[in-house]
Design a protein around this ligand. Structure first.
Ligand SMILES: Nc1ncnc2c1ncn2[C@@H]1O[C@H](COP(=O)(O)OP(=O)(O)OP(=O)(O)O)[C@@H](O)[C@H]1O
Ligand SMILES: [Mg+2]
Length: 242
């Protein structure tokens, strides 16, 4: 079976993203009918590219971690502290596959806890396929570019997500900001490759950083709770006032 890779004929994208390993994984996913077409590129990030795709005419998002250019050193610190992944070999390719699997399982945990995240559908090697968060082929805007009618309400929903994520999914997002939240009918948390379990040695500092990022973004848009108050409400731990 053939597959069209639309908009990906720029040489740079083709070489960086669609190497042999990735193409094999894609063909396997096509063969297993997880994927019927790859559409336009939605985003080129530091470690991954995201493409619009279709499965039986239904939109999906295809996130492909680049094996060549991924930032290997930072990735490894998020993996080694996580007991679920401590056995992962330190070879680059293995690490990127583990990272993909980690994002998949983090999305499953978050979703099981009732948080609005893309529905993870399948992963293979460095490819993660999830439900498409947007309208038609157009993803919902990142929170930083979204028009918010009621920022106070959106703020409290996001703080609630942080709480549920920590207490029910037992995860810390660890890269939460206006870049990794899509806003449409409601806020959706995305980009959970780096999310860690509560027992990760840096889980608490990551949690505090997430809270600070959200407060920084909202403080000129609505009333925000103190960082330390949210941290206390979520974890039950007291922090000294700065
Ligand atoms: N499920 C999805 N539905 C629609 N759009 C998505 C989805 N997942 C990602 N996107 C789009 O792709 C962009 C980048 O996704 P994401 O934040 O997961 O990766 P990234 O930031 O590029 O990762 P990195 O910086 O680690 O390379 C998002 O801002 C969004 O526009
Ligand atoms: Mg991101």
């Amino acid at each position: 079976m053939g597959i069209r890779i639309r908009d990906a004929d720029q040489l740079k994208v083709r070489e960086d993203v669609f190497d042999e390993v990735t193409l094999l994984a894609l063909y396997k996913l096509v063969h297993k009918k997880w994927l019927s077409a790859i559409g336009g590129s939605i985003s080129t990030g530091k470690e991954a590219n995201v493409f619009y795709g279709e499965r039986d005419a239904v939109g999906i998002a295809i996130k492909i971690y680049r094996i060549r250019t991924a930032n290997f050193t930072t990735m490894s610190s998020y993996i080694t502290g996580d007991r679920r992944f401590s056995h992962v070999k330190k070879a680059k390719k293995e690490l990127i596959f583990a990272w993909t699997r980690k994002e998949f399982s983090n999305l499953v945990r978050a979703r099981d806890a009732g948080i609005a995240v893309p529905e993870p559908l399948v992963w293979d090697r460095n490819i993660l396929i999830m439900s498409f968060i947007g309208e038609g082929e157009c993803p919902y805007p990142q929170l930083r570019n979204a028009e918010m009618e009621d920022p106070q309400d959106i703020y409290s929903r996001i703080v609630k997500c942080i709480d549920i994520l920590y207490n029910k999914a037992e995860l810390v997002h660890a890269d939460l900001s206006e870049f990794n939240i899509l806003y449409g009918d409601q806020p959706y948390l995305i980009d959970m490759g780096q999310s860690v379990t509560r027992d990760h040695p840096r889980a608490l500092p990551f949690l505090m950083r997430d809270i600070k990022n959200i407060n920084r973004f909202f403080k000129n848009r609505c009333e925000v709770q103190k960082d330390t108050e949210i941290f206390h409400a979520v974890t039950g731990l007291k922090v000294a006032e700065p």
